[in-house]
Design a binder for this molecule. Structure first.
Ligand code: AMP
Ligand code: MG
Length: 424
C-alpha cells in the first residue's frame, strides 16, 4: 500500500534529520591549493593582510583630488605609477598622478579619473583636465585598503566546498596549502545476475553495469571517495559476502534488488547485517522502492575516515535514472553531512515550463528534463521534459540536465508555469 509510504517531503525530512545526526568533521589532511578543488575546508581561512593591501585603482587614468578635478582646470601630471610599484606620493596640490589598474593610489589622491574622461594638454610638463561636464566623486574608482577584508578576518568558513572562487581568495591571502577533510569512503555495490562489466561483451539477456560508474561520479561530485565493489549476484551468499566487505566504508550505496520482485534480496541481506530501516519506499517516481537506514558498527569494524557509530546506507532502485534521482535527492545530503560540507544536498532552481506535464495523485514525479541555461536562455530559463522510454532509458537521460519536480497531487503543470527543477 503506497499510502503507508512516506511522501517525498516526509522522506526528505527523515533524511535531513539523519544527516544532522550523522554530521561530523572527518580527520583532515593538508593539500596543495592547486589540488584542493572540490575538497571541503577543515578550518576557516583568514586574511593574512588587508585586502586590498593598499588603496587600489580599478581603472587606468589619473589619481587626483576630486574637488580639484571638478574645477575642470588643468592639473600637472606629477608622476606615473603602474601595478607592482610601491605606493607613491604625496600628490602635490593642483596635480594628478598617472595610474594603471591595480596600482596603489598615491597618498593625497581621493579619486581616479578614467583615461577616457580626461583631455591631455599638449604643453610640457604635461597636464590633464577632467572633460566637462564630467565630475568625480571622492572615492570613485578606488577600492580602499581593507575594504574587502581586514587582516586576520575570517574569509572562508570551515565546511566550504572549495570552488574556483575560493581557490582564488585563498591564493590572494597566501594559503598555498589548505587543511581539508578526508573524503568519506562510499561503497558502491551493484547487484544483479544480468550485469557484466563495461569492458565485457554481454551475453544473451545481459547488460553492462552502468550504475557503478554513474554513482561513482555522483559520489565524487557530492564530496565522497567512491569505492566500487564487484557486482553481487542475485543470491544470498553473494550479497552477504559483498555486504561483509562493504560495512567498512563510511556510507553504503546498493543498487538493484530493492523492488518487490522475486530476486529482490537486498533488504533481507541488509537485515542480516543488522540493518535498521528508516523507510523502505517513498511516494516518488522514479525511485519508489528506495530504502534508507543504517547498520550499527557494534559488530562491524570501520576502515573509513569518519568512524561513525553507524553505517548509513541507501538501497537504490536498479534502474539507472531512479538510482541517479534518489542519490541526488537523498544520498547527497547524507554524504555531505559525513563529508563536513555545510551546504550539501540537492540543488533546486526555478524555471518556466514549456509544455504541459501530467502529475500523479499519490506520487511526486521527477521527470528527466532539459533546462536551457545557455547564453540565449530566457528569463526565467525554460525547461522541457525529454521524451523517454522510462527510468532505464539512458539515451534520453543523457539529453537531460535536470529533473522537473511534479509535486504529489498535482493534476497537471501547465505550460508557462514557474516550476521547480532538481539540477543534475
Ligand atoms: P532491480 O532494481 O534490480 O529490479 O533493477 C531494475 C532495472 O534496473 C532492471 O532492468 C535492471 O536490469 C536494471 N539495473 C539494475 N542494476 C543495474 C546496473 N548496475 N546498471 C544498469 N542497469 C541496472
Ligand atoms: Mg536486480
Amino acid at each position: 500500500m503506497s499510502s503507508a509510504l512516506p511522501s517525498y517531503a516526509e522522506a526528505a525530512a527523515i533524511v535531513a534529520a539523519q544527516a544532522a545526526e550523522l554530521a561530523r568533521q572527518p580527520a583532515s589532511e593538508r593539500v596543495e591549493l592547486a589540488q584542493a578543488a572540490g575538497r571541503v575546508l577543515a578550518a576557516s581561512l583568514h586574511a593574512d593582510r588587508d585586502q586590498p593591501p593598499f588603496p587600489r585603482s580599478t581603472r587606468d587614468g589619473f589619481a587626483c583630488r576630486a574637488a580639484e578635478a571638478n574645477t575642470h582646470q588643468p592639473l600637472n601630471v606629477a608622476g606615473s605609477i603602474h601595478a607592482g610599484q610601491p605606493p607613491a606620493g604625496p600628490l602635490p596640490y593642483g596635480a594628478a598622478w598617472e595610474i594603471m589598474t591595480g596600482a596603489p593610489v598615491p597618498g593625497g589622491a581621493d579619486a581616479v579619473a578614467m583615461i577616457e574622461h580626461v583631455d591631455r594638454g599638449s604643453d610640457s610638463p604635461s597636464t590633464v583636465r577632467l572633460r566637462p561636464p564630467r565630475t568625480l566623486e571622492p572615492g570613485e574608482n578606488i577600492v580602499p585598503q581593507g575594504a574587502e577584508a581586514r587582516a586576520g578576518e575570517e574569509v572562508l568558513p570551515g565546511g566550504t566546498r572549495i570552488g574556483p572562487q575560493h581557490v582564488a581568495l585563498a591564493a590572494a591571502c597566501g594559503h598555498s596549502g589548505v587543511e581539508v577533510f578526508r573524503r568519506p569512503r562510499v561503497a558502491i555495490l551493484t547487484t544483479g545476475d544480468e550485469l557484466v562489466s563495461v569492458a565485457a561483451t554481454p551475453g544473451p539477456g545481459q547488460i553492462r553495469n552502468s550504475n557503478g560508474v554513474m554513482l561513482a561520479l555522483l559520489v565524487s561530485q557530492a564530496g565522497g571517495d567512491p569505492w566500487i565493489l564487484a557486482t553481487a549476484g542475485d543470491n544470498d551468499q553473494s550479497l552477504d559476502e559483498s555486504l561483509r566487505k562493504a560495512v567498512s566504508a563510511d556510507m553504503l550505496l546498493v543498487t538493484g534488488g530493492v523492488s518487490a520482485g522475486k530476486f529482490d534480496l537486498v533488504e533481507p541481506a541488509l537485515a542480516r547485517i543488522g540493518a535498521r530501516f528508516l523507510f523502505t519506499g517513498v511516494r516518488i517516481q522514479p525511485g519508489k522502492p528506495l530504502v534508507f537506514g543504517d547498520v550499527s558498527r557494534k559488530h562491524h569494524s570501520s576502515a573509513g575516515v569518519s568512524a561513525g557509530k553507524v553505517l548509513p546506507f541507501f538501497g537504490l532502485p536498479g534502474n539507472p535514472i531512479s538510482s541517479a534521482a534518489t542519490f541526488l535527492l537523498f544520498g547527497s545530503r547524507v554524504l555531505g553531512a559525513l563529508a563536513g560540507w555545510r551546504a550539501a544536498g540537492p540543488r533546486f532552481a526555478l524555471a518556466r515550463l514549456v509544455k504541459d506535464v501530467k502529475g500523479k495523485p499519490d506520487l511526486t514525479r521527477f521527470v528527466p528534463s532539459f533546462c536551457n541555461f545557455g547564453p540565449d536562455a530566457a528569463e526565467p530559463p525554460e525547461v522541457k521534459t525529454v521524451p523517454s522510454e522510462g527510468s532505464g532509458d539512458l539515451t534520453s537521460f543523457s539529453r537531460s540536465n535536470c529533473f522537473l519536480v511534479v509535486p504529489e497531487g498535482t493534476d497537471r503543470l501547465e505550460a508557462g508555469a514557474t516550476v521547480r527543477i532538481l539540477l543534475v
